[in-house]
Design a protein around this ligand. Sequence first.
Ligand code: FES
Length: 251
Amino acid sequence: MKPNLLTLRIQRFNKEKDPSGWIEPFEVEVRKGMNLLEALLRIQDEQDRGLAFRYSCRGAVCGSCAMRVNGKDVLACRTHVEDLLEKPALIEPLPLFPVTRDLIVDMSAFFDRYRKMEPYLQAKPISPQVEYPMEEEKRKEIDPYINCILCGICFGTCPAFEKDSEFLGPAMLAKAYRFLVDPRDRRNEEILRAVNHQQGVWGCKTVFNCVKVCPKQVPPTYAIVKMRNRVLWYRIRHLISPSQPFGRFFS
Ligand code: FES
């Protein structure tokens, strides 16, 4: 292999052409600073117009170029091809999602779960209507979870799905926590109810895969553990004093 020649072995899929899929090798000349997304775009431009993959922002913001590279799930636009020159790199679609075409997967199940979480602020009514100042400490707690770009990488690496395909997933649980700790949101108990089950916080294996692979350093496992603690705390409080405001939580 020439030193400036990148070899990509791309997992292809086209239901009409070959429903079992196939692996196709491509070679691309590498230029300095090139990333995997650029290499794929070059292949599409110069060698195979039919090669299908998803992208939009090209800057690690939209989350749409997630794929599996040599067994690791990454964003193509953040993967430097210099790191892939040693031997032919295997490029596959994200695991666990049904493949639509080549590297494109159907993320409907992911976004259905996301919508279920109602991932938007449902503010407490404040009167009179004034600005709601956020305390620095509260903001720091929320900040890491705001960075999620919904790329789906955490889904593909989560072992909880092996046991239960209906598991809510790390991204959704991180989002639930983001609103649970937002002092402006009124849903405290409602959010805990939505995650307090085996397909929610109790289904997590706490192996921290999602924390390790997240390209935006979102730490879902920490959110899950904190929500478990909160549930346990309410449980204990209810045992000591059943008339506490969250007594209804377990009745
Ligand atoms: S193209 Fe948007 S994250 Fe890669």
